[in-house]
Ligand binder design. Structure first.
Ligand SMILES: Nc1nc2c(ncn2[C@@H]2O[C@H](COP(=O)(O)OP(=O)(O)OP(=O)(O)O)[C@@H](O)[C@H]2O)c(=O)[nH]1
Ligand SMILES: [Mg+2]
Length: 339
């Protein structure tokens, strides 16, 4: 695997593709190669695109990629599908949708489906983003479907998150999970050519005004304008970002330039408000997750035979309470599990 590192850094697509396959399949040696690539990461701007099935994520991602190419920037696209057990039909559809990007050396497209656990997918996604970053792409666009914890986990690796809504999916705006709205840096109302788009925009605006942190914080008079503020680490008050709502028609490109502008404005905002802090927060989350996983694994490996099964039975039989069970298990394994 390690021999893929240099060609990948030189921008060889085959090396990039092989590295992504290696990390997806956890092929021996992939971790060493990832570690060698890590110092070359931190340059790409990572954009997460999420939303309910069929809202037009893939169409919008390929339209965005085209718009970025028109501005001279290179783009890698990672389509993550937590619902599909293997690379199946949905991905084939995406291939067709993204066909007009084929043959452009400034665009790289890759899809990834669930292998084992969702946690495993989130980890593989992070790694794949890093590999694309190291390969030198200016922007990495990560598409993920759904509504729940899985895409929130995936989107945590992004610097700018776009949440896509569309009218006419029977998906009432009121039903949007507050959680998904809270992770949005930019809201796109796609399929703006369909009737009902105005309602979707209105609903989103109402929810934003009610629920967004930028509208909850104190409003200060600043340069003759009302804006909300948050204290930043350097002691200055940086303006809070209020997610803009952009109407798009992915199928004809309408609004796509505006969406791209909104992403770039958010990027400027993050760069001026402190990318260092955002990155530190991402790293902290990742390290905690990896530690938790590693420690748990070691602990379970250190437990003798059916101790755990036996303990579960005793808890169910009310012989011991769950807290007592954990404490007894800890006593059994002691420090050798984490040594
Ligand atoms: N009328 C209209 N149709 C659109 C628009 N954008 C996408 N579509 C259509 O909506 C359907 C779904 O588009 P996709 O881009 O596959 O949506 P997606 O969110 O990636 O779907 P999944 O990945 O399956 O969740 C396709 O038939 C598109 O042609 C739009 O702006 N207007
Ligand atoms: Mg899609």
């Amino acid at each position: 695997m390690i021999d893929l590192v240099q060609p990948l850094l030189n921008g060889e697509r085959r090396a990039l593709a092989r590295m992504l396959t290696a990390l997806e399949n956890e092929r021996p040696g992939y971790e060493t190669a990832l570690a060698a690539l890590y110092p070359h990461t931190g340059r790409a701007w990572i954009v997460g695109i999420t939303g309910a099935p069929g809202t037009g994520k893939s169409s919008l991602v390929s339209a965005l990629a085209k718009a970025y190419r028109a501005r001279g920037q290179t783009v890698a696209i990672l389509a993550v599908d937590p619902t599909s057990p293997f690379t199946g039909g949905a991905i084939l559809g995406d291939r067709i949708r993204m066909r007009d990007l084929a043959g452009d050396a400034g665009v790289f497209i890759r899809s990834m489906a669930t292998r084992g656990s969702l946690g495993g997918l989130a980890r593989a996604t992070r790694d794949a983003i890093r590999v694309m970053d190291a390969a030198g792409f200016d922007r990495v666009l990560v598409e993920t479907v759904g509504a729940g914890q899985s895409e929130i986990d995936i989107v945590r690796a992004a610097y700018t998150t776009i949440v896509i809504e569309a009218p006419g999916l029977g998906d009432d705006v009121q039903a949007i999970k507050a959680g998904i709205l809270e992770i949005a840096d930019v809201l796109a109302v796609n399929k703006a050519d369909l009737s009902g788009a105005d309602n979707t925009v209105r609903g989103l605006r109402a929810m934003l005004e009610l629920g967004h942190p930028a509208s909850r914080t104190e409003l200060l008079q600043h340069h003759g304008q009302l804006m909300s503020v948050e204290p930043s680490a350097n002691g200055h008050n940086a303006p809070l970002w209020m997610p803009p709502i952009v109407r798009t028609v992915a199928t004809n490109g309408q609004g796509v330039d505006e969406l791209l502008d909104a992403i770039e404005q958010h990027r400027e905002h993050v760069l001026s408000a402190g990318l260092v802090e955002l990155e530190r927060a991402h790293i902290e989350i990742e390290i905690y997750e990896r530690l938790r996983e590693t420690l748990l694994l070691r602990f379970l490996q250190a437990l003798p035979g059916d101790t755990l099964a036996d303990m579960l039975r005793r808890v169910q039989a009310r012989e011991i309470d769950p807290r007592g069970a954990v404490s007894e298990l800890m006593g059994l394994v002691g420090n050798q599990a984490i040594g």
